[in-house]
Design a protein around this ligand. Structure first.
Ligand code: ZN
Length: 382
């Protein structure tokens, strides 16, 4: 633990240098692995113990097996024991160093990772596996894991700058556990090495670029699926007003896949919900009219006094807060625009912008007001 924390403090203490920045990512973080194979896919690795002693060398296609053994780990290569350790590092020693990891117990599909690994035994006898990975390799891996939307180089560049900014902004999320980020949605989904050249090219064309606000701080690059034609202010959703998360008209989201939706319910259920939740005077016909017919040509925050659209969205599982209400007979219909919280970047809007020829930096500056894109070695992290 001490060793890992030292790495973190070194990373935090110095200004970032584009070529050297590495992250400690806890991989297979939702599994309790007790037995796993590491096969050298490319390059060469040294197996190093905590004192720095090299226990063995792994050449291409050679396999190191690490098995939990009570409070220790047993390391074997071709049936030969390399050591019994609490912690070990697989350190790159060749060119283009890539490992294939195959968990045996539990059995999980193999995944391929760039760069180095730190493996240690945890108090419950499972193995904690940390990928000590170059920032750019990590960024490309995250984009691939989240890909499936917007196959467009300019949009991949948008994602690369956002992913990099998020990673560095959230580097101390898991500091006490001895790594920077986990590989689940809690941080960013990361399933190893990027295998797509289009994503790698987009990542390298924006290498080292991050977004900062007017104070020089890394921004929270929040996003959603579709703004419905207007983004929301951060304080309308999360109470904190941030200068770069301002509501703005976004015509690029109009007509895209998640632009419009409708949802209906019985009029009496809707009125009962309001009465039960807010003690709303549903017997007062004037008050009733306000909640049976409602429109927001521009985004509003409240349905009526004290009833927030955000709460209604949550309770009724609506796709957005940007909806109108109409009533016909005993049916109330919500006719909405957009999908998600509406703050920051609309993914579908950004994809549309990329497709019609806007550049990635223009797209980011459109959705994040007043930001600058800089190289991370110009960034001061204290
Ligand atoms: Zn996490």
């Amino acid at each position: 633990m001490k060793y890992v924390l030292t790495i973190i403090s070194l990373l935090l203490a110095f200004n970032f240098s584009k070529a050297e920045t590495k992250l400690l990512i806890h991989i297979f973080s939702n599994s309790q692995i007790r037995d796993i194979d590491f096969e050298v896919f490319s390059g060469k690795y040294e197996v190093v113990d905590t004192s720095g002693k090299v226990l063995g060398i792994l050449q291409k296609n050679e396999v190191l097996q690490i098995r939990s053994f009570g409070k220790l780990m047993l390391l074997t290569k071709n049936g030969d024991t390399l050591g019994i350790e609490e912690k070990v590092e697989l350190r790159s020693a060749g060119f283009l160093n890539i490992l294939e990891l195959t968990p045996i117990r539990p059995a999980i599909h193999s995944r391929v990772y760039d760069d180095d690994m730190i493996i240690e035994i945890e108090s419950n006898s499972s193995l904690k596996i940390i990928n000590n990975v170059q920032l750019e390799h990590y960024v490309a891996g995250v984009i691939e894991a989240e890909a499936g939307i917007g196959n467009n180089e300019e949009f991949f560049k948008v994602q690369a700058v956002s992913t990099r900014t998020f990673a560095l902004k959230n580097m101390n999320k898991h500091e006490e556990e001895g790594f920077h980020l986990c590989d689940q949605t809690h941080c960013q989904v990361y399933q190893g090495r990027c295998s797509r050249t289009d994503i790698m090219i987009a990542t390298s064309k924006t290498a080292g670029q991050v977004m900062i606000d007017s104070e020089g701080e890394l921004i929270s690059a929040v996003f959603h699926s579709n703004s419905g034609g207007q983004t929301a202010n951060s304080e309308d959703v999360w109470s904190k007003a941030l200068p770069y998360l301002r509501s703005k008209i976004d015509s690029f989201s109009i007509g895209q896949r998640s632009y419009s939706w409708t949802q209906s319910m019985k009029k009496q259920e809707w009125l009962d919900y309001l009465n039960r939740t807010y003690n709303y005077p549903i017997d007062d016909l004037l008050e009733q009219k306000k909640v049976l017919s409602f429109s927001q040509p521009y985004r509003k925050v409240w349905l009526t006094n004290g009833i927030s659209l955000k709460r209604i969205r949550q309770d009724l599982h609506l796709r957005s807060t940007f909806f109108n209400i109409s009533t016909e007979g005993d049916i109330v219909t919500f006719t909405g625009r957009g999908f998600g919280h509406g703050v920051g970047m609309s993914q579908e809007g950004a994809i549309k912008m990329a497709k019609i020829g806007y550049s990635y930096d223009y797209i980011l500056k459109f959705y994040y007001s007043g930001i600058e894109i800089i190289q991370l070695d110009e960034l001061n992290i204290n």
